[in-house]
Design a protein around this ligand. Structure first.
Ligand SMILES: O=P(O)(O)OC[C@H]1O[C@](O)(CO)[C@@H](O)[C@@H]1O
Length: 398
């Protein structure tokens, strides 16, 4: 197979009408990615119940650890980022996401390793679980039942929290995240309570309803976000550490489902560097050309342009720990919107809602998760197929 024909088929331009045709959407989504995305709230409830059935006392017995390492790759790795932000900057114990096989050299008996893998077989999670056992660290494993990861946990006599498998792993973000948070709660590192979980699940359900395939583009926030992004290079910035996790997650799903290149990260850091993209050939320069041609017959100027998606975390809970005062984050978010406006770069804003950090995160992840699927479908791409990843694994012999 040659470039262009290898991998999935699709169309370069989006078919807008397809998004308002639920039957056509279902046909182009044979694996049911929309259905999996809509199960986020159910995943929270199911994983909370499965964690409650797991005996985690071995984890708590030795008291507060020196450090917690969350080991896994891809979506499993993102759960470590979620834990680090929910634990917050004043967490007395370092919370360290780790994305390569094994564990950092300093990990020992005083530490806890949480190994996460949706399939239960990633070399990164398996290597970490085995290394944790060898070094005498406390281990808890999260992943598919009856998997290699479960076998390693059993050999190590470590708790294993089963998460029923959904293919692909990126559709399991909430199912994997909740056990990680609850394991950390057992260690006294986060304050997530049952009401937070219930409210988070309810918000994910409500957003899934707003984003359902039968809701038309003009009332469906995910479809309109997808159409706004069509043909652009998305820049996704988060106003706070929590919103930055959501921004990175949107980068993951836009790349994996819709195959869009994305710049994503923290607005605080971007403001000291990458904000310069707004002045570049895909930003202000391209928009300037559009203005020149707008006076002439030609209204449509060819060329790819940036589209800014700003995820704003209103920080509604005053008890939340924060690195920076909310006012600083808010001023920065206002500033980048002004910058984009001055350069003619279109900007979509998603604002967090909800009381707890977890619910606010859910409110920033839910609509973008659907938008990435709709963008794939509008291009005629099967959001679930990942031929390049499979080919990469074959070629790299992994
Ligand atoms: O959660 P798992 O099964 O360990 O997979 C890790 C990552 O590997 C992939 O399956 C790609 O191989 C991603 O989709 C996933 O997030």
């Amino acid at each position: 197979m040659m470039g262009g024909t290898a991998g999935v088929s699709g169309r370069r331009d989006v078919d807008e009408s397809l998004l308002d045709d639920p039957a056509a959407l279902a046909e182009r989504d044979p694996g049911g990615m929309l259905r999996f995305t809509a199960s986020a709230g159910a995943q929270v409830r199911e994983s909370a119940a499965l964690t409650a059935e797991t005996n985690l006392t071995a984890l708590a017995d030795d008291g507060r650890p020196r450090a917690v390492v969350i080991a896994g790759i891809g979506t499993a790795g993102r759960t470590g980022d979620v834990l680090a932000t929910v634990a917050g900057p004043r967490c007395p114990v370092p919370v360290i996401p780790h994305r390569s096989a094994g564990v950092p050299g300093w990990v020992g008996a005083a530490d806890v390793v949480i190994a996460v893998s949706a399939s239960g077989r990633s070399p990164e999670a398996l290597g970490a679980a085995e290394a944790a056992h060898r070094r005498g660290a406390r281990l808890v494993a999260v992943g598919a039942p009856d998997s290699q990861l479960q076998a390693v946990a059993e050999r190590a006599r470590a708790p294993f929290i089963p998460v029923p498998r959904r293919a692909p792993a990126r559709a399991s973000l909430w199912a994997l995240t909740v056990p990680v948070l609850l394991a950390a709660r057992t260690l006294g590192l986060v304050k997530v309570n049952e009401a937070d979980l219930a409210e988070t699940a309810a918000r994910l359900d409500a957003d899934a309803d707003r984003c359902r395939s039968t809701a038309e583009s003009f009332v469906n926030p995910a479809k309109s976000l997808a159409l706004g992004l069509a043909g652009s290079i998305p820049i996704v910035w988060g106003s706070s550490p929590l919103a930055t996790v959501a921004a990175r997650r949107f980068g993951d799903t836009l790349s994996a489902n819709a195959r869009y290149p994305v710049v994503s990260g923290a607005l605080g850091e971007a403001g000291r560097g990458r904000v310069g993209l707004l002045d570049g050939v895909f930003g202000g320069l391209a928009e300037g050309m559009r203005d020149i041609f707008a006076d002439q017959e030609e209204t449509e100027v060819e060329g790819t342009r940036l589209r800014l998606v700003l995820l704003r975390d209103g920080g509604l809970n005053p008890e939340d720990d924060a690195d920076e005062p909310l006012a600083v984050e808010e001023r920065r978010a206002d500033a980048v919107q002004t910058l984009a406006e001055r350069r003619g770069v279109r900007c979509d804003v998603v604002t967090a809602e909800g009381g707890s950090a977890l619910e606010r995160l859910a409110s920033l992840v839910a609509v973008p998760d659907f938008a990435a699927v709709y963008l794939a479908l509008a291009h005629g791409l099967d959001p679930m197929a990942v031929p390049a990843i499979t080919e990469m694994k074959e070629l790299a012999n992994q």
